[in-house]
Design a binder for this molecule. Structure first.
Ligand SMILES: *[C@@H]1O[C@H](CO)[C@@H](O)[C@H](O)[C@H]1NC(C)=O
Ligand SMILES: *[C@@H]1O[C@H](CO)[C@@H](O)[C@H](O)[C@H]1NC(C)=O
Ligand SMILES: [Zn+2]
Length: 555
């Protein structure tokens, strides 16, 4: 009918009397007017609700939210769903609690994240963290760089520019992929000398981070200093101090921060040469290294105090970095304590948000799974057993990494006088029985450890995994979807369900009402002459880079 009216014709007008035709014409016009009016109203409503947002590119932010707010983003590097089952059952055994007493994380399950990178179905932590920091997919190894090797602005950088305070807390090197992606831009994750400089404000955007706590001190010391791992003689910690940073590098230095009550920003705290030891080992060295929960408590208090009278709140990224390392080593006894410490830290952040006067949200997820962990293992030559045994993890006093370190020390001190048999006996007594809590090691297992005295980490890990019936499919990462957790609330609705990892980054951006495109444009102007052209490093197998971490070598 509308079609006919539009063309000025109708069956009646052609064939009926002139009066009838005029009348019909009136009716047709009236109905046409009604339909047109309705169409205008529908179009207006559509424009307001749907069309407007459809018109923006998916990468442009939602309108700036009202009110001061804090955002805490936690990353459980390498923690897949099986790590939760492992840790939940372990805790129920060790604490003798009922099967309905779950982890804090379990009670805040929010959704799942798909993790592939732009160039591989199995991501590395760099591409994973770029999805979080920029909300963009990139190649394995990328530190907030896009597949065309141009930089992308990050949530942390945009937050700083918008007036927020910013912080990074990790248990590995502060220059490692996850923290690096929030505050630096290089083609490959291995360019840590450059990353360290960006992080202290010597990058294209100047000062962007206010507080950094973690490990990786060696990247901040000139190559002429004891404990340096830099290739150049740039004293990064010295530059930071001259620029007004408070620099602390020891347990005494950490204690002087008074769990955040006595922090003058900016502050750089590097408490280990590389990694902070696994929680399982660290608890026996608590006078040397702070824990993840202690560092997170410090950061929350310091950032809360710094933003007490400011218009904007803070953005804090906290990473349980070494869940991933335990996965690479296939060490379930180390991993279960890393996850428990992460869960404890998650609860500390929840309690902080509960008490805070400022609106805030906690979102926590993993960049990927590591190890292909399975809470069951069929022993070769045996039928499947429908069980696994957390008690073997409970008996372990040391990580496989630390036992391998003790073995290296022992061999180095006894070099000439060791027979294979006496070495095996020493390994069994001091490392396997005492350290792993395993009393029935096979001769073949001890031989394997002795034959790999230079690095027996994976040999020790295999001994305990077999006893506990914990399975692994890889010493690298896997493509399984990982969980998303949140303190919840209406704002976090945007992250419910099965999401792409880039949706997590877009959520961080939108919750703080940030414009990353402006930062990207500025980076493109400033970065090209200084680093992008000089960076000849090309993407390579990042899993190799990450998988070949050196063993623990002390502070
Ligand atoms: C677990 O179950 C017990 C007994 O069925 C119940 O009393 C308790 O409240 C439950 N706890 C939780 C955390 O659901
Ligand atoms: C230390 O850095 C300087 C300058 O970058 C370089 O010339 C020198 O070879 C480096 N030394 C070592 C031992 O790497
Ligand atoms: Zn990894």
């Amino acid at each position: 009918m509308v079609h006919a009216a539009l063309h000025g014709t109708s069956a009646g007008a052609v064939n009926g009397s002139p009066a009838k035709a005029a009348r019909l014409r009136e009716i047709v016009l009236f109905v046409w007017a009604l339909v047109a009016t309705a169409a205008v109203i529908v179009l207006a409503v559509w424009a307001q609700h749907g069309h407007h947002s459809d018109n923006r590119s998916p990468d442009s932010p939602r309108p700036r939210p009202h009110g001061k707010r804090n955002l805490i983003f936690m990353v459980s590097d390498g923690m897949g769903p099986a790590s939760l089952s492992l840790t939940r059952s372990f805790r129920q055994l060790v604490d003798d609690i009922p099967i309905n007493d779950t982890l804090a994380l379990d009670r805040h399950f929010w959704g799942t994240s798909r993790t592939r990178s732009s160039n591989s179905l199995v991501t590395d932590s760099a591409a994973g963290a770029t999805a979080f920091s920029c909300g963009r997919k990139s190649y394995n190894g990328a530190i907030s760089m896009l597949p065309d090797f141009t930089p992308c602005g990050t949530v942390l950088e945009a937050a700083k520019r918008a007036g927020y305070h910013t912080g990074l807390v990790v248990t590995t090197d502060i220059t490692d992929a996850t923290p690096a992606c929030f505050a630096s831009h290089v083609n490959m994750r291995t360019q840590m000398d450059e990353i360290a400089l960006h992080e202290i404000g010597e990058g294209p955007l100047g000062h962007v981070v206010d507080l950094m706590l973690g490990g990786g001190r060696c990247h901040f010391l000139a190559n002429s200093s004891e404990g340096s791992c830099r290739e150049d003689d740039v004293d990064v910690a010295g530059i930071a101090s001259k620029k007004g940073w408070t620099y602390v590098d020891s347990r005494a230095g950490f204690d002087s921060l008074k769990l955040g009550k006595d922090v003058k920003l900016p502050t750089l705290g590097l408490f280990a040469r590389n990694d902070i030891p696994f929680e399982l080992d660290r608890r026996n060295m608590a006078d040397v290294y702070p824990s993840l929960s202690e560092m997170a408590t410090t950061a929350l208090a310091a950032l809360e105090q710094a933003t007490r009278d400011t218009e904007e709140g803070f953005f804090l990224m906290i990473e349980g970095s070494r869940i991933d390392h335990a996965g690479h080593f296939n060490d379930p006894a180390a991993q279960v304590r890393e996850v428990l410490e992460f869960d404890k830290t998650f609860q500390i952040v929840l309690d902080f948000l509960e008490k805070s006067d400022t609106e805030g949200v906690l979102v926590s997820t993993s960049d990927h799974e590591t190890g292909g962990l399975s809470t069951a293992l069929q022993e070769p030559g045996h039928l499947p057993v429908y069980n696994w045994y957390p008690s073997f993890l409970a008996n372990a006093k040391s990580s496989a990494e630390y036992l391998a370190y003790l073995l290296r020390q022992h061999v180095a001190s006894k070099e000439a006088s060791l027979s294979k048999e006496s070495l095996k006996e020493w390994i069994n007594t001091n490392l396997v029985i005492e350290g792993l809590g395993i009393t029935d090691a096979l001769d073949g297992e001890l031989s394997l450890v002795a034959a790999n005295a230079a690095d027996a980490t994976t040999a020790f890990a295999a001994i305990i995994s077999l006893r506990a019936h914990v399975g692994w499919s890889s010493h690298g990462h896997s493509a399984v979807d990982v969980n998303i957790y949140s303190s919840g609330g209406p704002a976090a609705e945007a992250l419910h369900g099965n999401r792409e990892n880039t949706d997590v980054g877009k959520f961080l951006r939108d919750y703080l009402g940030l414009d990353l495109d402006d930062i990207t444009a500025e980076l493109n102007e400033k970065l090209i002459p200084t680093t992008a052209i000089n960076n000849q490093a090309m993407p390579m197998a990042a899993a190799e880079v990450e998988g070949s971490r050196p063993g623990w070598t002390g502070a």
